[in-house]
Each structure stands twice: as C-alpha cells, then as structure tokens.
Design a protein around this ligand. Structure first.
Ligand SMILES: *[C@@H]1O[C@H](CO)[C@@H](O)[C@H](O)[C@H]1NC(C)=O
Length: 247
C-alpha cells in the first residue's frame, strides 16, 4: 500500500517535471520570420522584465531585485596579488531599472543566440565577505567583514548561446561583462583589525577602481557568468518550450 502510494507520488512528481511550464501569459512572443523580430523581442523583454524581477513562482524562480546571493567564491589574480574572495549573504539592488536597448537574435541550425544591449542606471550590493590574499607566496591578509559597492551607468552586451535539444534551449555561453561608469567601494575590515591600513586600502581602491575592475573582470566575470548560466538554465530555459517561446 505504502509502496503504491510512493510510486504514485513519484510518478506525479516526474510528470510535472517533464511537462512544459508556460511563461506567464502576459509575456508576449515574437514570430521569428516576422520583419520586426528583433524589435518585437526587445519590447517583449522590456515589457515582461518587471515579471522576471519579481520572481516567477510557477518556475520556482527567485526575485532579481533585490537579488540574494548566499555564496559566491571568486579567485583573483592581479599583478602578483592573488587570492580568494568569498561573498556571503549579499543583496543586490537595481536590476529592476534595466533598460533593454536592442536585441539581436540568431537562429543557426539547431543553435540559438541572443545578444542584448542593456543599460542599468545603478547597482548597489551589500553583504558579508571573507578574503584570503597573497603577494607572491606570502599570505598577507585573511579577513572577513561587511562590504558595500555602489555602481552607476552600467552598460553591457549580454550574450547567450547554445543548442536547442528536445525543444529546450541549453545555454552554454552566458557572457555579461559590464562597463561601469562610476564605482564606490566600502569594506569594514580588509586587514584584520588594522583600521589605518583599511582606510588607506579603501582610498587606493576607490581611486584606482577602474584599473582594478578591468584587471579583475576576466576572472571574476567567469564566476558570475557560470552562476548566471546555471540560473537561466535551471529556472527558465530547462522548463519552457523553445518552439513556443521563440515561434
Ligand atoms: C556602505 O556602508 C557604510 C558603513 O555602513 C556606510 O557608511 C555607507 O554609506 C554605505 N554606502 C552606501 C552607498 O550606502
């Protein structure tokens, strides 16, 4: 009896998993053979963005603004300074105000690519961190604390690309490497209690943030791009029919 019940429940669960879950009906779709396919997609994304920002319970998708990041580990290596930077319990604010400027879709055989030009006026991130730094082979700092970063005028071309398999888009490449117009960084304690050093380091970081950001971008963006690739696959594209979403 129990076994039958268990099998029944397991069947129901697996059925719901393999079934198509639709995007909310207010998300409009665009016909790929239409003349205005690109501008239609841009408008569809811009108009439905508030829905994605709230999170979509039917897809189990969490909200994007504020966006919670429980854990993210970054390795950095810059001019002989290397280390690990772990972000914990961070919240990011600002994605709600994303503006989508243009969208370039490309269907090529069984692969699909989207390039999306976007602007985000401000992003504010705050949370906890733990870091471990090295200069050459010397450990110089192992510390933890709180941080916040405010950024303005972010611009990027977001690229998503991958094959369509069994009517699901499998995003293999997710690339988001924004240019940032302005950045201000604050951290409670970068040198394990040494306030003078912390102040000096923050002054230095805020003066040279542009060089530091550009230097760290290739490694740090790998971490968030992998994170976002898994995010869009898990919460969106593995659940919705490709042919119905991009008819
Ligand atoms: C970041 O945190 C510090 C310390 O709590 C605070 O003084 C500062 O105003 C914060 N930055 C922003 C942009 O809120």
């Amino acid at each position: 009896m129990m076994l039958k019940l268990f099998i029944f429940i397991a069947l129901c669960v697996s059925l719901t998993i393999t079934q198509d879950i639709s995007l909310p009906t207010s998300v409009k779709t665009c016909k790929r053979n239409s003349d205005d396919y690109s501008s239609c997609l841009r408008l569809a994304i811009q108009e439905s963005w508030p829905l994605f920002v709230q999170g979509i319970p039917a897809l189990n998708m969490p909200p994007l603004d504020p966006l919670s990041t429980d854990f993210m580990m970054n390795d950095f290596n810059f001019d002989g300074v290397s280390g690990k930077f772990v972000v914990r319990n961070a919240k990011s604010y600002g994605l709600a105000r994303t503006r989508f400027l243009s969208v370039r879709p490309a269907h090529a055989g069984a692969r699909f690519k989207l390039e999306i030009d976007m602007e985000i006026p401000t992003i504010f991130v705050e949370g906890g961190f733990k870091s471990d730094g090295k200069v050459g082979s010397f450990n110089v700092v192992a510390t933890k604390g709180h941080f916040n970063i405010s950024m303005e005028d972010l611009r990027a071309t977001l690229k998503l690309e991958g094959p369509v398999v069994n009517d699901r888009w499998e995003v293999q490449t997710f690339s988001f490497m924004p240019e940032v117009g302005k950045m201000k960084i604050w951290a409670s304690d970068l040198f394990n209690g040494n306030e003078e050093l912390n102040k000096a380091a923050l002054t230095f970081i805020n003066e040279f943030w542009k060089v530091l950001y550009e230097g760290m971008l290739p490694t740090v963006s790998k971490t968030w791009n992998n994170y976002w690739r898994d995010f869009v696959n898990e919460y969106i594209f593995s659940k919705i029919s490709f042919s119905k979403t991009f008819p």
